[in-house]
Ligand binder design. Sequence first.
Ligand SMILES: C[S@@+](CC[C@H](N)C(=O)[O-])C[C@H]1O[C@@H](n2cnc3c(N)ncnc32)[C@H](O)[C@@H]1O
Length: 258
Amino acid sequence: MFRMLKNAVRPHLQSPWLHKAHAYLHRLAALPDHPSESPEATDLEQFFNARTEGPGIWKWRHYFDTYDRYLRPFRGQAVHFMEIGVYSGGSLDMWQSYFGDACQILGVDIEAACRQYERPGISILIGDQSDRQFWREALKDRPPFHAVLDDGGHQPHQQVPTFEEVFPHLAPGGIYICEDVHHSGNGFFTYMSALADQLNAGRISRTPSGSALPTSPAAKWIRAIHFYPFMVVVERNQRPVDRLVSEKHGTQWQPFLK
Ligand SMILES: C[S@@+](CC[C@H](N)C(=O)[O-])C[C@H]1O[C@@H](n2cnc3c(N)ncnc32)[C@H](O)[C@@H]1O
């Protein structure tokens, strides 16, 4: 598997398309703006704005919109949500208010002081997210998570083992968000880019009705990987996908493609 990922990344590093992308940055820098209305602040951002005292929340402002895009369907549901990185407890307040009373939240932190934020609806687990054994113990006998947010130590050696151990424990259709993936060339970003490339891996073959691609292990389980500034969002497939198929329906076709 490692060789597979390494081979997936290497051609990209030498690809002329990489240079084209960098060259395009000059044009992007000069792109004219189209006037538009500012979007309304999400409930999450409003909660954050209103938190002027009490347990602290520490977030990049542009995260709220992305959180809301993926997590909104879980609001009002009996959602199992985990946030890695508790710090001063304020973000747990925010998630509980956002998801509603039926949610079950697990906060994970390496600092024992974070235990104090435990209360009905919120459990706290103390451990090191880079320790795979910690995750194996922690996840044993625990129901799958509908959504997970990694806002812990922010280092690739913590983010990668966390993703690898926790992703299999996502519920079908679950969402995995890793934030504070800082700087160009970031290790977690590179790791995720290689997995993203694997979504397209394999050889397409013709079938009587069109074509088909037996999926790679990545495409079998991952529906999509989204990259945002400082943030990566991974969607788990609703069910394992073994093949991607292309079909042509209809009887009238232009002659220019065979
Ligand atoms: C940025 S703070 C979390 C902020 C919080 N989620 C919020 O929105 O206010 C990062 C937290 O990650 C915790 N942390 C750092 N390294 C960790 C590790 N290896 N395992 C688990 N937690 C870790 C720190 O103790 C700290 O509380």
